[in-house]
Design a protein around this ligand. Structure first.
Ligand code: HEC
Length: 291
């Protein structure tokens, strides 16, 4: 008993020292890297490296009225996305990998559309504030690179399509083609009243809003939230009204400072889309892949 307690304490001490060491290393590398952050943009076989300086030579001043990360009006030096990927409309899906494990897959259609995307570049002279100063997990800024939209409503752009702390942008196949285990099976299930069509619509809602942080059946790009089917599906262990409430406003179901999941209001996920999403989750529960 005592031995276990001792080793636990030692382990804690090691963890503490490790964290201290890591923090100081991160601190040093952040200072030295601050001068030379590079964004990688991959289109097929072509890989371009954009330094902060090179990006800033293409940048213009923009004002974002309802900024998603900061929830207020923001001014940025930013590059029109079309300058970085001239024929973006022809690509099925473009992937934005963030430093914190968030991965957005945004269609070329959205990126070429009426939302008018820009890549905002944090400058050394004018550093951006913390994303959420009161959440201990969110004290870094949205920099060095942040995808913002000048007219998001016109392009039906949701909050999860504003990836920040972007490290890499690449043209990829759509998520469901790379991870087919997230696709609902076409054959109808004996007891299921959920149509295949509804489940497929729900999958699109999932890809746009949830797959940026979660995986499904182990498939996906992100690594922030838990898998939504393994080992169990939330429709199995949460009563449906609570699941719906959790999606709308996680803090209404359970609340703590480090919580990372955002809420989705009716403008972002309509009533119909929420029905489709819950139907998708339910349907996936019946085609779980065991590891
Ligand atoms: C920005 C990242 C992020 C996004 C976007 C997100 N989630 Fe989450 N989700 C999390 C994290 C992290 C948790 C763990 C609890 C927490 O930190 O809030 C979580 C928890 C959950 C849970 C509870 C699981 C459990 O067992 O406790 C469910 C259900 C869930 N998310 C579903 C969804 C659905 C559905 C969507 C899309 C509409 C979504 N999430 C979008 C990050 C996210």
């Amino acid at each position: 008993m005592e031995n276990r307690y001792l080793s636990l304490k030692l382990w804690r001490l090691r963890l503490g020292l490790g964290a201290l060491l890591t923090f100081s290393l991160v601190g040093i590398s952040m200072v030295s890297q601050a001068q030379e952050v590079v964004l990688e943009i991959k289109t097929g076989a072509q890989v371009a490296q954009w330094s902060r300086e090179k990006l800033l030579t293409e940048a213009v001043d923009i004002t974002i009225l309802k900024d998603s990360a900061y929830q207020r009006t923001m001014q940025y030096r930013a590059v029109p996305f079309a300058k970085l990927m001239p024929n973006v409309g022809q690509y099925g899906s473009v992937q934005f990998v963030a430093l914190d494990g968030f991965v957005a897959n945004i269609t070329g259609h959205d990126l070429a559309g009426a939302g008018q995307p820009y890549l905002a570049v944090e400058t050394l002279e004018q550093a951006w504030p913390a994303v959420k100063p009161d959440n201990p997990a969110k004290t870094a800024s949205a920099g060095p690179f942040y995808l913002v939209w000048l007219t998001p409503a016109a392009g039906k752009i949701t909050n999860e399509q504003w990836p920040y702390q972007v490290a890499k942008i690449s043209v990829e196949l759509p998520l469901q083609q790379r991870h087919p285990q997230i696709i609902p099976a076409a054959e109808s299930l004996p007891k299921s009243r959920i149509s295949y069509e509804q489940a497929m619509r729900g999958m699109q809602v999932y890809i746009k809003n949830c797959a940026v942080c979660h995986t499904m059946n182990g498939g996906g790009d992100a690594a922030i939230g838990p898998d939504l089917n393994l080992p169990f599906n939330p429709t199995e262990y949460l009563q449906e009204p609570f699941l719906r409430q959790l999606i709308r406003q996680p803090g209404a179901v359970r609340s703590w400072k480090q919580s990372l999941m955002p809420g989705f209001d009716e403008q972002t996920i309509s009533k119909q889309e929420l029905n489709d999403l819950v139907a998708y989750l339910k349907r996936m529960a019946s085609q779980r892949k065991y590891r």
